[in-house]
Design a protein around this ligand. Structure first.
Ligand code: MF3
Ligand code: CO
Length: 266
């Protein structure tokens, strides 16, 4: 899964570099599709949904700009200075999945949007840091929830979506909510692999769906941010499979050890 995670993280990093005012989400999606093919990987997103009675998802990325919360279908409207863009991306390599999302400002950041993204990223890392063998998913959800609460009282957690188990399939059991109570929920066992993905809005988290049946927006028009990593939780420590450094920097700050399997393989 590390190999699939690395491909996922590397392509996301390239998309972030490529995004600038004037570039379109469609162009970013085309770059991602090219890089997937070069890596010998396939998309987990393209065609997704037909078994769920949804129109098959038409792209390899979800690109959600400003009031689009998640599942934005890449369009041809050029990105503008200060836009808050989240890119959600998944790759399958050798039958294993990586799933990750980043949010960033295009060009000169608009301060309120940028702060929302930074708080969401921090909450994701706080949630990851709370995961350990023997703990429970309520501990992870609680860490995310209290991190957001500490950041800004105007932020809302979007409860309509959760993180998830991941492996041979992009979405596996269990659900990983972005809220919870310490000591409650499913117990984490050695080797569990999950995607942790807080989705946060500035203002109300009430959502509406576009007629395309995918694009989700805030009803009130406020901005949203989404960060996601795929992680492995082991007795030897955590391994952030979609982070280029395996999670060393952010987990190091929090005094948490990264699985030294990461060291031995890289
Ligand atoms: N990767 C998303 C998630 O984090 C789901 C993408 S939906 C798709 O769970 F249709 F684009 F695949
Ligand atoms: Co996911």
């Amino acid at each position: 899964m590390r190999k699939a995670g690395l491909v996922t993280g590397q392509i996301l990093a390239a998309l972030r570099d490529y995004a600038e005012p004037g570039r379109t989400p469609k162009e970013l999606d085309a770059l991602a599709a090219r890089m997937l093919a070069e890596a010998g990987a396939v998309s987990s997103f393209k065609g997704y949904g037909s078994t769920l009675n949804l129109p098959p998802y038409p792209a390899v990325t979800c690109i959600s700009v400003n009031d689009v919360v998640v599942h934005g279908i890449p369009h041809s409207k050029p990105l503008e200075e200060g836009d808050l863009v989240s890119i959600d991306f998944g790759a399958v390599l050798d039958g294993w999945n990586g799933d990750s999302a980043i949010t960033f400002s295009v060009g000169n950041p608009e301060p309120e949007r940028e702060a929302l993204s930074q708080a969401t990223e921090k909450a994701m890392w706080d949630g990851i840091a709370a995961a350990a063998v023997g703990k429970r998913l309520g501990d992870v959800g609680h860490a995310i929830q209290s991190s957001i609460k500490r950041s800004d009282r105007r932020y809302s957690i979007v409860r309509d979506f959760t993180g998830h188990g991941i492996g041979h399939e992009m979405h596996e059991d269990p659900d990983v909510p972005n809220y919870g109570r310490p000591g409650k929920g499913i117990r984490i066992v050695d080797g569990l692999t999950i995607a942790i993905e807080p989705i946060i809005t500035l203002g109300s988290s009430w959502l509406i769906e576009d007629p395309d049946e995918w694009t989700m927006r805030t009803k009130r028009g406020g901005p949203a941010a989404h960060w996601e990593h795929t992680i492995a939780i082991t007795k030897q420590g955590l391994w952030v499979l979609t982070a280029l450094d395996g999670g060393k920097e952010e987990l190091g700050k929090r005094g948490i050890l990264v699985n030294d399997l990461a060291e031995r393989l890289e």
